[in-house]
Write a protein that binds this ligand. Sequence first.
Ligand code: PAF
Length: 285
Amino acid sequence: MLIARTLAELRQHLQRFERPAFVPTMGNLHEGHLQLLQHAKPLGDVLVASIFVNRLQFLPHEDFASYPRTFEDDCAKLRSQACDVLFAPDEAELYPQPQTFKVLPDPALADILEGQFRPGFFTGVSTVVMKLFMAVFAGHAHGVAVFGKKDYQQLMVIRQMVRQFALPIDIIGVDTCRAADGLALSSRNGYLSSDERIEAVQLSMSLRQLGQEALSVSNDLASQLPRMEAQAMDRLRERGWQPDYLTVRNRLDLQAPLAGDALVVLGAAKLGKTRLIDNLELIRP
Ligand code: PAF
């Protein structure tokens, strides 16, 4: 596996390939990332991963400084998936000057849910993903990039960005990888104490219950959802969580659903000091 530290090295190496398949990450790789790589591998003629902890997508009080950095371990995992190229720039390479030009996503999508509780998060994500796409795909007629559905809203923002800028990149979403008890895999799960780790599955269980309740409503879901969502959040609060949101939305634009819409239930909640997010696409019986 080639480890490219600079844009110039990366671009020079990728010139000889036609269709890069790309998995951007912030490192601290787990089984979920490995599944993204497995999906990506057959989709291109060179498999590229990136590791870059992107300061722009962290609020000042968030965990940028303490975000787990496990480079050697990550490289071993990437090699185990036959990754061909790792792009691992430092901040001076990706942000040689303060990044004053930014990609501003549509507020209707980016200022709700995660964006409401993490203002500027999707601007930070869109900006770095655009830079990474320019690094990996510039000079290529086609490319493919693979993202996890665990970050459902992020995947939607990136799809919209690619559509609006007409980038010649296919965006593939891969189902969330879960531990045996149902907890969605996340680098932030490593922050949980052993008691919190046992409790953590309650987020996905609460989403499942809220989703089932929503699916059981035969008419006027919109008027009943606020009560159901509030009850779901109260149940988590009673167990010691601090929920930001648990909500049922339509899958097209993450707005409140109308009758017949395809649905997704999404949630974010803090357990102790750790903020977890999860979602489930709802399947009508
Ligand atoms: O999902 C992530 O790991 C990050 O948000 C991403 C897409 C690599 C951008 O920093």
